[in-house]
Design a binder for this molecule. Sequence first.
Ligand code: FES
Length: 236
Amino acid sequence: MHQLAEGDTVEVRGPRNNFELVPAPQYVFFAGGIGITPILPMVRRAAELLVPWRLVYGARNREAMAFRNELRSVQGGALRLVPEDTEGRTDFGYELSLIEPGTVIYACGPAPMLDALAAACSTLGLDSQLHVERFKGSGEVHAHQPADGAFEVELARTGEVVRVTASQTIIDAILPVRPDQPYSCLEGYCGTCETKVLAGVPDHRDEYLSDDQREANDTMMLCVSRANSRRVVLDL
Ligand code: FES
């Protein structure tokens, strides 16, 4: 906004929601630590809709669990608190064994928790029922990434070539020459910086694209994704 001048036209849209509550006959929510933040309004919404819900909420200890009292006042469901200091970590296999067919599962929390939940869902054939919110990109490093971590980005509309060093994101590298490039979360989950890929092989590290979209390699998120080839050509 600080770049705006009086009289400039600004495009405005509503907020993006990449973690929408889909209709379901029943919900199970898993929250880890601060991951309760997006889960709390979902629990409230489920209660408003009179849809049965169960929330399993884990954290280091009971004192670290925000919104405990608010959650206790939500009707129509079951709340299970799992303080790690006295009960250990959530047993996802057990919790998932309790759910009814058609239950939709929502989870938000630290990456190891979400990975453990995803593995348990996969074992039980529940992958399609799982909806996960990750605050950070997975940050995986892929085998074909150039050894020094640097690569080039070609901006096809002008032919400019920008070097992205190991410590930079593509957004960092291109903003000096493309100051209007849109971005928002800078963590790979909002989709604002999605850009068409014309050539090269992206190393997708976002949480926005589906597996099919990643395989197609048609677009990439410039805020977190990198390259598995020496150069990627972008429609910029
Ligand atoms: S700025 Fe949000 S995905 Fe890149």
